[in-house]
Design a protein. Structure first.
Length: 535
């Protein structure tokens, strides 16, 4: 096969922990053919099915019909409408409840399987039909790539970091699935918290290193990366951990075509897999991950097949969402290229119910709007002054310095009833702050000229940057920042709260949890370059 033919041929992929479909969308934009996807949450799966499979689950449920491309491994309910609101943490044990797969021979090509990966792996191994279908292939088709972003709350620095948390097993369950199918490549995405050691007792546990060793033990050379989606052209400061695994025989086939930088990149991977396959011990300081923050590593990465991920023009928040709230503005180059890149989503638009464009603005009380205006001001001033104001807001102080007041007295504040004005005395300003006391410490306003901060899964995390927009972001605005095109529709309920947060995945959470499609697109292009080197 010629080099040109290799670059043009359609590669195949399976997406595990697919969420609403961010990674699958990006890979589809890079011309990967999706063979199957898996997601545990029916709420996130509803968006995936609607956009990438043209299964309108809500409409089918209302008609009491079953979808053609979406199947449930296990559910407490027979009807689709009830399944869409089911708590996946309380699904029945295997053999109980309702299943679209038990005792049935279903070709899963082109389908979304709604299931917990632990139960899915157990099911495949126990059913001879599915075990044969997933053994070293996928229903008779060779698989180029299995991708996935296992849920990461237990690795996140914002969450409870515990070595023995059940969620920490999910990357290893992902590995078990890979072990059955044996794709040429593996792509695992996670939070950067996975790079920081757990310290429990006298032991240190490096989760990323254990995951890398596990993939090496089943015959994959793991390349571990610390990168930032902002360098891939996503308007968000979003550092991520990426593991790319190359099957040993695939590596031997493409190795002669690697350039010097790529050979250097894979030296740690070669060392690790040799140790693991020989049952020899290896310490974490004998292996390495490549970090975009280290100039030497970045220089090397830019010379490899991964160059697509680095050096892209930085995109600001204003470029991403400026035309949404200001109707007089035209879409930016970023928005236009985004919508063009994923224009294939438009092909079934005429068949869809277009009542859900994810543009509804949330309403806020007057005190909250006053606080949002304050955050807008604080985001653009020096840190020392901002800290003084935050201390008053949190109840830790009752005064600010004269120097801080000189800075703060220059701005117009929201006074209520759509009126703005300056404070003429420090006492009045302090009273204003005292009326706005809050226990929330994570809220901030976006900066129009910079990428957004990483934390965007909860709608109250950030507010708009323009003084006329004293509100949190809409789902569509958050989606733009995550690099979703406007043609992508987020389904299910908009937000949630209380104990339901433990299992519900509403629209805002779907956006925040997703792999940015443009990051997935750049990763897809990178992996295509790598596979094009096969002899």
């Amino acid at each position: 096969m010629s080099q040109l033919a290799k670059n043009k041929r359609s590669l195949t992929s399976i997406d595990m922990f697919a969420g609403c479909g961010g990674l699958s969308l990006g890979l589809k934009g890079a011309k990967f053919n999706l063979l199957m996807a898996n997601e545990m949450s029916s709420m996130a799966a509803e968006s995936f099915a609607y956009n990438l499979l043209d299964d309108n689950l809500k409409e089918l449920g209302e008609k009491d019909e079953h979808p053609k491309k979406t199947v449930w491994l296990n559910s407490s309910f027979e009807d689709v409408s009830s399944r869409l609101r089911e708590n996946p943490l309380t699904s029945p044990k295997q053999g109980e409840g309702y299943s679209d797969l038990y005792d049935k021979k279903v070709d899963l090509t082109g389908k979304l399987v709604i299931a917990d990966i632990v139960q899915l792996n157990e099911f495949i191994k126990k059913d001879n039909f599915y075990l044969e279908a997933f053994d070293n292939n996928f229903f008779g088709q060779k698989v180029d790539l299995i991708s996935g972003g296992p849920p990461c709350q237990s690795f996140s620095m914002a969450g409870l970091r515990e070595q023995n948390c059940d969620k920490n097993t999910l990357p290893f369950e992902f590995c078990e699935f890979v072990k059955m199918v044996k794709p040429k490549l593996v792509l695992l995405e996670n939070v950067t918290g996975i790079l920081r050691a757990f310290t429990q007792g006298s032991e240190k546990y490096y989760a990323w290193f254990e995951v890398a060793k596990t993939f090496a033990s089943i015959g994959y050379l793991p390349i571990c990366l610390h990168l930032n989606a902002r360098q891939a052209g996503v308007p968000q400061n979003r550092p991520r951990f990426i593991l790319i695994g190359i099957r040993s025989d695939t590596y031997e086939s493409l190795k002669p075509a690697l350039n010097n930088a790529e050979r250097e990149l894979l030296i740690p991977s070669e060392f690790l897999i040799k140790r693991m396959l020989s049952n020899l011990s290896i310490k974490v300081d004998e292996f390495t991950y490549f970090d975009y923050q280290k100039s030497g590593h970045l220089k090397l990465l830019r010379k490899t097949f991964l160059s697509e991920l680095f050096g892209n023009e930085e995109v600001s928040v204003e470029s991403a969402i400026g035309d949404i709230w200001s109707r007089s503005k035209d879409p930016s180059t970023y928005v236009s290229s985004l919508n063009k890149r994923y224009s294939f989503l438009e092909q079934h638009k005429s068949e869809r119910n277009e009542d859900e464009k994810n543009e509804d603005e949330r309403t806020h009380s007057e005190p909250v709007k006053k606080r949002f205006r304050l955050y807008q001001i604080l985001s653009g001033i020096d840190k020392a002054t901002a800290v003084q104001v935050q201390k008053v807001l949190s109840g830790k102080a009752q005064q600010i310095s004269a120097d801080a007041w000189k800075v703060l007295s220059k701005f117009e504040y929201y006074l209520g009833e759509e009126k703005y004005g300056k404070f003429t005395s420090l006492d009045n300003f302090i009273n204003h702050l005292m009326e706005l006391k809050t226990k929330k410490h994570s809220q901030r306003a976006l900066l129009p000229g910079k990428p957004a901060p990483a934390a965007l899964s909860i709608p109250d995390d950030v507010c708009h940057y323009d003084k006329s927009q004293l509100r949190t972001l809409t789902v569509r605005e958050m989606a733009r920042i995550q690099s979703f095109p406007d043609s992508f529709r987020f389904r299910s309920k908009i937000t949630t709260g209380g104990t339901m947060r433990q299992y519900e995945v509403p629209q805002y959470t779907q956006v925040g949890n997703a792999v940015p499609p443009d990051l997935g697109h750049k990763l897809g292009l990178s992996l295509k370059k790598l596979l094009a080197k096969e002899s």
